[in-house]
Each structure stands twice: as C-alpha cells, then as structure tokens.
Design a protein around this ligand. Structure first.
Ligand SMILES: [Zn+2]
Length: 283
C-alpha cells in the first residue's frame, strides 16, 4: 500500500505543486508570504505609490493574473478595478478576505462598508488562517508546512499587537487623516480620530467637509493632521493654514511605498504607529 501511494505521488507531480498566487496590496502579500514561507512568494498587483481605490492593471499585470491559480485580495469593496480584471481570468480562484463571514467589518461614517480591514490585527490573524486553509486545499502535500508557518505568524502578530497597544497609550489627541481609512486601527487601539478629510474611497472632499474640519481645528478640537504617501499634501496644508494644527509625516495605510516582503505587514503597522505618535510628542 505504501509503495502504491509513493508511486501515485511520483507519477502525479501536479499534486505537490505549490500554487501560483497573486495579491492586491502589500499587507495581504505579506500575510500570504508568511504562510508560504520557503515554499514560494506571491505577486503583488498594486504599483509603488499606487491608489488602491483606482487600481487599473497593465497588460503585463493582466498576464500575471491569468497565469496565477489563486488571487488573495481584500475584495471588490477596496479594488473595484481588480474585480473587473479578475472576471476575465475564468480559471483563477478567488479568496476575498473581506467577504469572509468571520472578518470584523466596520462601516464608514456614511454607513458603507470600510474595506481597510487589515488595519485591525485581529483580522490579519484570522486571514492568515483563511489563506492557509485555501493553500492547503490546493496543495495538500504541504498542508503541515502552511499550518506551522501560520501558527508562527499568528504568534508574531499577537506580540506586535501588544507592543503597539503599549506604544500608543500616550496618543490621546484627536487627529484627522487624508482619507477615511483608519477606523479599524483607531477602534482597535482606542484612538481619537476626527475621520478623514477625503471619503473612504479617497475621492476629493467637498467644501462642506473642509469647512466643518476647519471649524473644528480653529476651535482646538483637532490637534494634528496627517497627509498620505499617495496623495497631494496640499489639501492637508490648506486645512491647517492659519490654525494650530500640527502636520505629521505622510501615512501609508496600504503599504504602497513598501518593498514586498513577509515583514511588510508588521512594517506597515509599526510605521503607522510611529507616525501617529508624533502627534502625542508634538511641540
Ligand atoms: Zn484606501
């Protein structure tokens, strides 16, 4: 019997093949890379400095998507452009993490679903397990490796989460960000956000939103304002002009400035923490 199993395994090398995986954004790529470990690395489709809400695939990226077996992504709420692209790759499997019923989902101020859900480490930890489950279904021969890598990555996220919570304790000031992406982070770490200048999809803000925030800043209800790596800082600069608002370093909630690596998720969360903390330590 053993010999027969061995013979079958040898004659069906496809059974033991590690899946080719594409991802939408660097933090999701990092979670997949942690689960895959030494077995492989996923591709990432968001361009350096790109806006996740306006993702358009080039022909070379479209070919990479067509060549992949599995797309691991947040889902259509974050990247509608990728949703259109993936539907023209009929053999591609999809794991839309935000759409899993176990994912913690928060709304934007207007009630629509906020897909920036990786900014809560509880979701990142859950998603590691979902990724391992799907990879193991496609590649059962490596299931034990995926499970072991996942346990290690989940322990690292738990340790990081505790560190960040301690570091963020002094941040009691209210701050405004460029776009309304941070609800998961501010809820999880009990921070005080006045929301985003721009809406959750990063569309330019209307005059009413600008004057409302400006009034809050003039009354001293908001201490700090943070621009973002992918967006022109002029709107934040204009908001702060003539007020005491402290302008912090640009935030990068989607990791679009990071090099792909298994550590990119922890780097994103740590960078975000360090940048926001400048509001607590401002002059
Ligand atoms: Zn966003």
């Amino acid at each position: 019997m053993r010999a027969l199993v061995l013979l079958l395994a040898l004659s069906c090398p496809a059974l033991a093949e590690v899946p080719t995986v594409q991802t939408d954004i660097p933090p999701v790529a990092a979670l997949v890379a942690q689960v895959m470990g030494d077995l492989g690395a996923p591709g990432v489709l968001l361009d350096k400095g790109g806006d996740e809400h306006d993702m358009q695939l080039r022909p070379s990226q479209m070919r990479a998507l067509n060549a992949a077996q599995l797309l691991v992504w947040v889902g259509p709420d974050l990247t509608p452009g990728l949703d259109t692209a993936r539907q023209s790759a009929p053999d591609l499997q999809s794991l839309a993490l935000f759409d899993d019923p176990a994912t913690l989902r928060l709304p934007y101020a207007d009630g629509a679903p906020n897909p920036h859900a990786w900014l809560d480490p509880t979701n990142a930890s859950l998603w590691l397990g979902l990724i391992a489950q799907r990879l193991s279904a496609l590649d059962p021969a490596n299931a034990a490796t995926y499970a072991a890598n996942t346990a290690t990555a989940q322990a690292q996220i738990a340790a990081m989460d505790g560190d960040l919570a301690r570091q963020l304790t002094p941040l009691t000031q209210t701050f405004v960000t460029y776009h309304d992406a941070y609800g998961y982070f501010t809820t999880h770490y009990h921070l005080h956000s006045a929301g985003g200048l721009a809406a959750g999809d990063a569309a330019a803000p209307g005059a009413a939103r600008l004057s409302d925030l400006r009034a809050q800043a003039e009354q001293g209800q908001i201490a700090c304002a943070f621009p973002e790596a992918q967006h022109d800082p002029a709107l934040i600069t204009n908001l702060a002009a003539g007020t005491n608002l402290f302008i912090g370093a640009p935030l990068d909630p989607v990791g679009s400035t990071l090099d792909p690596s298994p550590q990119a998720y922890a780097t994103l969360m740590t960078n975000l923490t360090q940048s926001l903390l400048t509001c607590a330590n401002k002059p």
